[in-house]
Design a protein around this ligand. Structure first.
Ligand code: HEC
Length: 115
């Protein structure tokens, strides 16, 4: 399954870079977001919502949250208003547009994204 996911991500990056020139950067685009989701799934799609490195901790479910909520949470980590080292590092690596895209993706996929 992991191999398939990587192939999907690679395909999405190719699609995203061709689409980027044609689409105005406005609201979040869930299709573009697919390229970034591969780095979230490792932690956010685990059954029981737990990750085990460097210790076992709970990871909140994000699929099915509203786009506004996810966007606000990621911006909070990016600005340092929300305090979690891992998520801060991840959010700081994302542009505002990528955050909007990711928020739209998880909101649109709903519970599906949590599988
Ligand atoms: C290394 C594991 C890890 C990765 C990778 C990761 N996250 Fe997280 N994420 C967490 C943990 C742990 C929390 C809970 C942090 C806290 O308690 O504030 C969290 C919290 C969140 C929240 C807030 C949820 C809430 O209900 O408060 C959002 C939104 C989120 N992550 C989105 C993402 C996105 C989008 C990605 C990919 C770009 C991602 N995460 C990658 C571990 C991870």
């Amino acid at each position: 399954m992991d191999c398939i996911r990587i192939l999907c991500a690679a395909g999405a990056i190719a699609v995203a870079s061709t689409a980027a020139g044609q689409q105005p950067a406005a609201a979040g685009n869930p299709e573009v977001a697919r390229a970034h989701i591969s780095m979230c799934t490792g932690c956010h799609t685990i059954p029981g919502y737990q990750a085990s490195f460097p210790r076992v901790y709970r990871v909140p479910k994000i699929g099915g949250q509203s786009a506004k909520y996810i966007e606000a949470a990621l911006q909070g980590y990016k600005k340092g208003e929300r305090d979690h080292p891992t998520m801060q590092a991840i959010a700081k690596g994302l542009t505002d547009q990528q955050i909007a895209d990711i928020a739209a993706y998880y909101a649109a996929r709903g519970a599906e994204a949590a599988k």
